[in-house]
Write a protein that binds this ligand. Structure first.
Ligand SMILES: Nc1ncnc2c1ncn2[C@@H]1O[C@H](COP(=O)(O)OP(=O)(O)OP(=O)(O)O)[C@@H](O)[C@H]1O
Ligand SMILES: [Mg+2]
Length: 355
């Protein structure tokens, strides 16, 4: 690590500290994430090493995509007996986090729809690439999105990421843990205890991020898992969530929260200025039933990202929809040819990253 001159601390999370640094050999600015064994997460040396290797493998698998933070190097020093150790992940420096930009630069001001669309398009492209490579991110949120000086958006923090059997075609992965993703961005099936979820947990989180960009504040700032679910169902309705095929086997399917009568969905009324095309994306991502939720690739095929000027919705249509919430679209792919989303993926074999 002598090749790097540490400049300033730029982040500190549950798993470690992130520094801005200078590569002495090239003069380039980089970001270095330092992880410590036992640093608040109670891991022993072996678990720490496994977690580090998984984060690096997920980063490696996604190398080369413009919407995913670029890995430069990784370094591990661990004592497997003493439980102590340190690891370093060196990445391109990719700008300020979206959370910081929203809080400091914009002081809670919403993003105009065109800017929100640019950010969400980049994040969906990154998520589509991740999912195509068999990686679930599992912690998408504004603090794990970076905005560079040219307005580009990148996904970072692969600390909770993991490969999945469903996408990688292998059988070696262990069961999925439900307790992932930061509460405000946690999909309903995770709160209900699912261990067999899929990439929909990431697209749900991106729906929450999209709403936050457009509103300037978090959509579902729950205080506990049950409060979170209550907020979600009160906003989106829960009428048909129980008719999802996988619902009955969820550990918390019997929760009274799933049976309580709810007011009609009110999401449209919360975003009266959003175009109809934008709302179709938002509502498709924020679909409580995972089988109806938009995938990242499908979301990218929606007219919001393609039509000439879909943002200029007729004011009467917006007002009418705000008054009586419109039924939500589960797919935007109708009428679009395959591949219209223009998703690019790096050429790394998914098998290479499965433990
Ligand atoms: N490549 C990067 N370029 C610029 N800033 C970065 C980079 N990687 C991380 N950061 C900053 O450091 C912060 C923490 O990084 P990261 O999310 O990877 O760590 P963490 O310990 O897992 O955090 P948390 O537990 O809070 O999610 C990010 O929110 C971001 O502000
Ligand atoms: Mg983070």
């Amino acid at each position: 690590m002598d090749d790097y001159e540490r400049l300033v601390k730029i982040g500190e999370g549950a798993s470690g500290v992130v520094y801005k640094a200078r590569d002495r050999r090239t003069g380039e600015t980089v970001a270095i994430k330092r992880l410590r064994a036992g640093g608040g997460n109670g891991e022993d040396g072996a678990a720490f090493e496994a977690a580090f290797r998984r984060e690096v493998r997920c980063l490696e698998a996604c190398r080369g995509h413009p919407s995913l933070v670029a890995l430069r190097a990784a370094h591990l020093e661990v004592d497997p007996y003493g439980g102590s150790g340190e690891a370093f992940i060196v990445m391109d420096y990719a700008g300020q986090s979206l959370a910081d930009v929203m809080r400091e630069d914009r002081a809670g001001q919403p993003f105009p729809e065109t800017e929100a669309r640019r950010v969400i398009r980049a994040l969906l492209e990154g998520a589509a690439a991740l999912h195509a490579r068999g990686v679930l991110h599992r912690d998408l949120k504004p603090a794990n999105v970076l905005l560079d000086a040219r307005g580009g958006a990148r996904i970072c923090d692969f600390g909770l990421s993991r490969p999945t059997t469903a996408h990688s075609g292998t059988t070696s992965s262990s069961p999925l843990k439900p307790g992932v993703a930061t509460l405000w961005y946690r999909a309903p099936e995770l709160i209900l205890g699912s261990r067999d979820y899929d990439a929909g947990v990431d697209t749900w989180a991106l729906g929450c991020v999209m709403a936050e960009l457009l509103a300037g504040a978090p959509l579902f700032p729950g205080r506990s898992e049950m409060d979170q679910l209550n907020r979600v169902f009160d906003t989106l309705g829960a009428q048909d969530v129980a008719s999802w095929r996988g619902f009955a086997s969820l550990p918390r399917a019997g929760s009274p929260l799933c049976r309580r009568p709810r007011p009609p969905a009110r999401l449209r009324g919360m975003f009266p200025a959003l175009s109809d095309a934008g709302f179709r994306v938002l509502a498709g991502l924020l679909e409580c039933r995972p089988d109806r939720r938009l995938t990242a690739a499908d979301a990218l095929r929606c007219p919001w990202f393609h039509a000439e000027d879909p943002i200029a919705a007729p004011p009467e249509a917006v007002a009418a929809a705000a008054a009586a919430d419109q039924p939500r679209a589960s797919s935007c792919s109708a009428g679009f040819s395959a591949g219209a989303g223009g998703v690019t993926v790096p050429g790394v074999a998914a098998e290479a990253m499965v433990a």
